[in-house]
Design a protein around this ligand. Structure first.
Ligand code: NAP
Length: 288
């Protein structure tokens, strides 16, 4: 359980689905006064039985607390709730905890600040069961003073991390991490599909596949440092050698059900760098 300094400020949770329910339960467990509102009121019954107050409307919910958390399905739902708030929200902080795009975050920040409130956008790297444990990470962006003011409360939910004053920073961080998972997992699926298609035993292939993914994990800090320092040593292969392998892979993956994983664009980028006389650099040069 995340340890924090006890503070019993009132908090509103709008949207008591899986994440919102877990958030409200954690706040109640710490002794916070919690006001809840959910489109389907019955879904908040267990929270009300546990001590939360059910607001009669989104407006009532938002006006009830200095800190208002919107834990809704998506930004369309957030927009629909905010449309009910044609009121002065000065002195309040509104935090949107849902998965969305950079534009979603920017537009929502504009709407919230036009109502006089401070805005934080949040990206949740956790399942509902992880909320309130150190295994959960939630990233926040937007108003730094609002983040600092509510940090103790946010610490109840996860290890909080402020990632920038641009409202969209948390959404970009969150989506980039999801993208990393998709790229790695789909890369694995593509490889398994390819070897199975060639009649190779996928169970035999699994161990070396894991070792290969481990090389990527082991290189994360070094790669970030290369990017930071704008220095691109060749490592195990230079760009000229990478280009040969990438072209072979494009051929191997032709007609594959998951496509070639964007390798055509990668090959074009490497070709341009090689033409530019940078063939002796390493793969990180492709984003340099
Ligand atoms: N669950 C996870 O493991 C997880 C992990 C990371 C991030 N997230 C993100 O966290 C957010 C919440 O996820 P969740 O798992 O809590 O979803 P959920 O259990 O489906 O809950 C969605 C909530 O949004 C409300 N809602 C949906 N459309 C609405 C509308 N038009 N107007 C008002 N309320 C509306 C629902 O109300 P009703 O009860 O009336 O339908 C419910 O309270 C999502 O953006 C999700 O991508 C979830």
């Amino acid at each position: 359980m995340v340890e924090v300094t006890r503070s019993a400020a009132r908090v509103t949770v709008i949207g008591t689905g899986a994440i919102g329910g877990a958030v409200a339960r954690r706040l109640l467990a710490d002794g916070h006064e919690v006001v809840v509102w959910n489109r389907t009121a019955g879904r908040s019954a267990a929270l009300v039985a546990a001590g939360a107050r059910q607001a009669g409307s989104v407006r009532d919910a938002a006006l009830s607390s200095p800190l208002v958390l919107l834990t809704l399905k998506d930004y369309a739902a957030v927009g629909q709730c905010l449309a009910h708030l044609d009121i002065d929200l000065a002195g309040r902080t509104i935090i949107v905890l849902c998965t969305g795009t950079a534009d979603d975050a920017r537009l929502t920040a504009r709407r919230v600040t036009s109502l006089g409130a401070e805005y934080l956008d949040a990206g949740i790297q956790a399942s509902p069961e992880m909320i309130g444990t150190d295994a959960a990470t939630i990233v926040y962006s937007g108003s730094r003073p609002a983040y600092e003011r509510h940090r103790a409360t946010l610490r109840l939910l996860s290890t909080p991390r402020f990632v920038g004053e641009a409202p969209e920073a948390a959404a970009i961080w969150d989506l980039a991490l999801f993208g990393l998972w998709y790229d790695a997992q789909l890369g694995l699926l593509r490889a398994l599909d390819t070897v199975r298609g060639a009649g190779i035993d996928v169970a035999d292939f699994a161990h070396p596949a894991g070792a290969q993914l481990g090389h990527v994990v082991a290189a994360v800090s070094r790669t970030a440092a290369e990017m930071h320092d704008a220095s691109y040593p060749p490592g195990p292969a230079d760009l000229t050698e990478h280009l040969t392998v990438v072209r072979h892979l494009i051929e191997l993956r032709a007609g594959g059900r998951l496509g070639d994983g964007g390798l055509s664009a990668v090959a074009a980028r490497i070709e341009a760098l090689v033409t530019d006389g940078r063939g002796a650099e390493g793969l990180t040069a492709t984003i340099g």
